[in-house]
Design a protein around this ligand. Sequence first.
Ligand code: ZN
Ligand code: ZN
Length: 302
Amino acid sequence: MLPYATAAEAAAALGRNLTAAESLWFRYSARVPDPLLYYHNVLFLLVIFTLAPLPLALLELRLPSAIDAYKLQPKTRLSAASFAKCYWDVMRVFILVVGPLQLVSYPTIKLVGIRTGLPLPTAGEMVAQLVVYFLIEDYGNYWIHRLLHGKWGYEKIHRVHHEFTAPIGFAAPYAHWAEVLILGIPSFVGPAIAPCHMVTFWLWIILRQAEAIDTHSGYDFPLSPTKYIPFYGGAEYHDYHHYVGGQSQSNFASVFTYCDYIYGTDKGYRYHKEHLAKMREQWRTSGQNGELNGVNHNQKSA
Ligand SMILES: [Zn+2]
Ligand SMILES: [Zn+2]
């Protein structure tokens, strides 16, 4: 809720006219209590969990030939019932854990200084904060994920997320409720260290989930805009982690590739890629072009 009765009052307080985005924010938020603005995240999460994976899921079920060339594990086919079960299991954790956690965590947001007022942040400020949040989240997630691959953590908690050896977008948040809670911590550390505006916070929540859904999509599209993000892992990178399964000691990072590189946990993946490249070269020189469509993990390396 903004402490100004009118846009003119807000402009006078800022000492300048409101930008178009600020006028829009004023009209939208002036009379909305801050907790309610924060609770928008519940709606955003619900919408993105439901809608973002839907186009690829529908294509895979109804028109698989259109995207088969880009499927990372083409030998694995899930039924419509499996897609639906995954979605409903995710929704159950969302209703029982994620949603309630959002509702009770507003005082923490207030405490760390997430603001709702004017001025709005500049685009540069938003991008800088989001980059920092992604880097912090990636680092924290790497170590938590790596610990979850210990015997106890895997059997008691992380095994659930690995039920999908060939992930789908809906399976991005498919995990034991405890894992959902634990992995929420690194997502919050960035905004706690470098507090942002509520609009940036909304964007962070949306982008983080969109990234996770992209990473679990099960498809590697060559023209994906994420290919231009430096050190971005993407679907192929994380798909390999699921493909190897519980004993995987490779590709723990959630967003970028640098942690696995620095800590030497990408060796299995790199060996796998080199082996596939050699196979492709051998097949090409022996005149069997077209056997491999991109890199797909069903061509086992060892
Ligand atoms: Zn894992
Ligand atoms: Zn995963």
